[in-house]
Each structure stands twice: as C-alpha cells, then as structure tokens.
Design a protein around this ligand. Structure first.
Ligand code: BGC
Length: 535
C-alpha cells in the first residue's frame, strides 16, 4: 500500500556549512529582474532594492545569472571580463553593496561561473586573433586548420550550425555554442590558473557558491575526433550520452579536484552546483563528493508531463539517484532556458493552477529547490514576442527561442519601482511585457491572500518552520488513480489531484496548511489542486 524512498540524507539538523542541502534558491536573471536606474534593463542596484521582497518571500539564497562584462550575445553567458560587472548592470561597488545587504538579510549569494567558453570580445581571444596561427595566444583556445574548405571536424554547435568559425587568416576556432563564444583550451595550464584565480576573486568578495555552467564541458577528447553522425540524427544535445568527444570527458574531474580545496579554504560552506548533462546517475556521481562539486541540477522534474504516474516515477527516480550520487537532489520547474511552467502546463487559468500545484509538490520534497524569478508571480511564457526583438542566439539558428521566459518582471505601476508596468517615465523594459501582466504585478498581488505571490510566501514559511521537510523520506500513501499522496517526516501529508474528478481528503486526515487553490464547498480537493495537510 505504501513504499518508502529514502532521501540522500535523512539528517534534519544541518550545520551551517550544509546550508545548500535543503536551501530554496531563487534564480535572478539580472537583465530582467529589477531596474534600479530606469534604463529598461535590470541591474544590481535594482536587485539590491528588491532584497527585502526576497527576504519576505522566504528564500534562502539567490543564484545570480551572469552579470559580468559582456556583449550579451548569449544573455551574458559570453563573458568578456570575469572580474568585472557589465556597466549595464552596475559596478563592482554595486555588487559589494548588494552582497553585503543580502548577507545582512540572511540571504546567501551564488554566482554563475562560465568556464567552458568566453566572449569573442575577451582580451585573450582578441589577442589570439591578432597574434595569428602558431602563437601561444591561440593555444588558449582551439584553433585548427580546416579540411580544405570544410571545418576541422564534424562537430555541431548546440545553437545550430557548425561548431567552428573561420578567421580571416584561414584558421578555424571551436565554439560549442554561438560563434561569439569561443571554447577555452583547458589543456593549457594558463586557463586553469586563470579560473582558480577567478574563483578566489569572487570568494574574496563573499560569494557563497557557484553555479557551474556546462560543467560537463571544458575537456575535449584528444585529437578532436569526429562524432561521425550525419543527416537527420542531430548529434548535438546538452547530454553527454557517453559518446560525444566534447562532453563528460574523464579529464574534467581533474579541474574540480583543483577547485574543491579552494572552496574549502574559505569559511561558511562555499559550494558549487553543476549544470552537468550526463547520460547516467553513475556518471553524475563522479562530479559530486568531498573532492569535487557539492551538488548537480536534476532537470527531470521539469520534464514531467502533467500526470500522476509521470511525477511519481520521476520523484522516485530522482531520490534513488540522489542516494547513488551521495548528495541531495535539486528540484526545478522553471529557469532561464525553458518555457515557464505555467505555459508548459497549459497556460491560462488551468496552467496557472497546475503551476501552483506543481510548486507545492516541489517544495515538499527533500533536497533543495531552485525557483526562477517571476514564477512566484505566476508569470507565463511570453510566446508572441515580435521576432525582431528576440535576442536568443539559438533563435537565429534553430528557431527555438528562450526569450519568452526572460521578459522583465512586472513590479508595479510606477517607474520608480523597478520595472514599471505602464507608461510614465522610465525607459520601456528591454523586452515588452504583455498587457495581461497588469493583473500579475507584485504590487497587485501583495495584499491578495489568494495570489500566487502569497501562496509561495505561505509555502516557504511552512517549509522554514518545518526544517525536517528539507530532508528525510517520502512515504507514498494509497490514493485514487491520478492522485499523488505522500507523507513527510514532520507529519505533513501532501495530496495533489491530477485526476479528472474532485477527491475526498477524508482518508488522509489533518488540517490544511496550504492549498494551491480553494477546496470545494464540501471540502474536497478539486482537479489540478494540491494541499499540504498537518496530521
Ligand atoms: C546556460 C545557457 C547558455 C549556455 C551557454 C547553458 O547551460 O544555462 O543559458 O546559453 O549554457 O553558456
């Protein structure tokens, strides 16, 4: 009648250094979060001004997507200077002020580190272009001669097209992503030394951790061999698949073994979370542990289809894998690379209710949860952006666009309040907000007890006052078809109705702590709704 899946770690009282194990981390996409200077682009002073809002929301940490000097050819994942802030986002002094205030409010700060590639405007790459073939400057990247008119090998870019671009002197350089993102040559000790130094630079400024971008990249197989796939079989995906010569190579672990002692040499539990797309939990486990990284993203939950079996299978699989990997898993429903979950679940009122239900499910699971800015407002994906405003480099090459989840957040009705919603004063946000968001601004939701913002606040407050929820086991309970029901250690029962009819809660008992939508007049749990019950 019930099964128990053990979590990675059943401990309920966490030491300070273990803060990340059950943390709720809020991803800030700096360009779109809050605009402090009214120029239509988000920035660090805007973020600083909104820290009390995040404190009230109840999150433990923020993860800041890249804010470094960048031409923004890939939204900042093309870094031109790893030790400075892009002027559009502010200055190093703004960063220092932001992190100091965050720490004052008990909010930790994780920053994005992009080690696989830089921007073509990075001074090293500019020097490599100028220095020409055979120079030591070119050794910092992967420059090669072509095969006649063809690129050096058959690798394809994740964003579409060949992974090589030819320079005027005839040589080609490797870029697994956009041509504006040349891959570093990690066989070169100077690259390794540079990144050790970059880590220290930000640790010295007080960051609590790093999100490692494309953590399974960096090392390429000796000789850059062909993948050998042609035609319709699109060779490039983010997943290493155990056969691609540019992902999940064994040599990448040497890098993490160099980084870990640096993290450990700072007090307070400095951590690193990997964005590593690898083919199996066994391969993932190799990235995690005492001498490498702390944790890795688990994107399976985000991929679940809206049915109870899909969620249950993925929850069980994720918890089993967390045991195998030896670190608590992460749960994610939305981020800057995927359509927002309101829209994935059907958009409109149905999508919103399901998104709220998915969030309640997620926040009751053991491990850490990563939220994406704006999901607490119930924002949908903006699907109808005019093509000429889209900036995602993959849109230009594949037609797939990640711009719709990057539309600036609607804060309120006045320009002084971050991204204004409405006409007066400040420059228009860098991507236009849909008119329907007038009903979703943080201002409108602030005092509405039924708002999505207040649902997140309520769920996070319950999670905070029941620290055992962040660890422990998931005990599945018998439930009607299409209904997910499980018990968590502090006597909290979670019921999510993904069936087609309302269900009675009588069999579960307890008092409702949080519900993703109203119960029926007779106290039943409506379709697409979830509840946390205290037994
Ligand atoms: C980031 C993307 C980025 C890519 C290249 C990904 O993992 O999440 O937004 O385009 O890395 O840096």
């Amino acid at each position: 009648m019930s099964t128990t899946t053990s979590a990675a770690r059943a401990q309920t009282v966490l030491g300070n250094d273990d803060w990340w194990r059950d943390a709720v981390v809020y991803q800030v996409y700096p360009r779109s979060f809050a605009d402090g200077d009214g120029d239509g682009t988000g920035d660090l002073s805007g973020l600083r001004a909104k820290l009390p809002y995040l404190r009230k929301l109840g999150i433990d940490a923020i993860w800041l997507s890249p804010f470094y000097t960048s031409p923004l050819a890939d939204g900042g994942y093309d870094v031109a200077d790893y030790r400075d802030v892009d002027p559009r986002f502010g200055t190093l002094a703004d960063f220092d002020a932001m992190i100091a205030y965050a720490h004052e409010l008990d909010i930790r700060v994780i920053v994005d580190l992009v080690p696989n590639h830089c921007s073509d405007q990075h001074e090293w790459f500019q020097a490599a272009l100028a220095a020409g073939p055979g120079s030591p400057e070119r050794e910092l990247f992967h420059f090669r001669e072509g095969r006649g008119d063809l690129p050096p090998n058959d690798w394809e870019s994740i964003f579409g097209g060949p992974a090589w671009t030819q320079t005027p002197d005839g040589q080609w350089y490797l870029h697994l992503f956009a041509p504006e993102q040349p891959d570093f040559n990690w066989d070169n000790p100077a690259v390794r030394a540079e990144f050790r130094d970059i880590l220290r630079f930000w640790l010295d400024r007080g960051v609590d951790g790093f999100r490692i971008d494309v953590a399974h990249g960096m090392i390429k197989a000796d000789g850059l061999p062909n993948v050998g796939k042609a035609g319709d079989e699109r060779q490039v995906m983010m997943v290493g698949r155990g056969e691609l010569p540019y992902f999940d190579q064994d040599g990448v672990h040497e890098i993490y073994r160099e980084w870990r002692p640096i993290l450990d040499s700072y007090p307070g539990g400095r951590m690193a979370v990997a964005e590593a797309w690898v083919p199996s939990p066994q391969r993932l486990a190799r990235y995690i542990g005492r001498d490498e990284l702390h944790q890795a993203f688990n994107f399976d939950f985000m991929m679940a289809s809206w049915d109870a079996d899909s969620f249950r299978t993925i929850i069980d699989k994720s918890l089993m894998e967390a045991d195998l990997v030896g670190a608590p898993t992460t749960w994610v429903l939305s981020n800057h690379d995927k359509h927002r979950h309101v829209t994935r679940y059907g958009d409109g009122p149905v999508g919103l209710l399901r998104a709220r239900t998915g969030t309640l499910l997620m926040l009751a699971l053991p491990g850490s949860a990563y939220l994406y800015n704006g999901e607490e407002l119930g924002l949908n994906e903006v699907l109808d952006l005019p093509d000429e405003l889209r900036e995602d480099p993959s849109f230009l090459r594949t037609g797939e666009s990640r711009d719709g989840c990057r539309v600036p957040l609607p804060w309120g009705g006045t320009p002084a309040d971050g991204f204004a919603f409405g006409p007066a004063g400040a420059a228009a946000p860098w991507l236009p907000q849909p008119a329907s968001w007038a009903a979703l601004t943080a201002e409108v939701q602030e005092d509405d007890p039924a708002s999505t913002l207040n649902l997140y606040r309520q769920a996070l407050a319950v999670r905070k006052s029941n620290p055992a929820l962040g660890g422990g086991a998931v005990r599945w309970l018998a439930a009607p078809a299409g209904v997910l029901a499980f018990e968590r250690e502090p006597g909290i029962v979670v019921v999510a109705n993904l069936s087609k009819v309302p269900v009675s809660l009588d069999a579960f008992g307890g008092k409702a702590l949080v519900t993703s939508g109203p119960l029926t007049e007779t106290g039943e749990l409506p379709v697409d709704t979830a509840v946390w019950l205290q037994r």
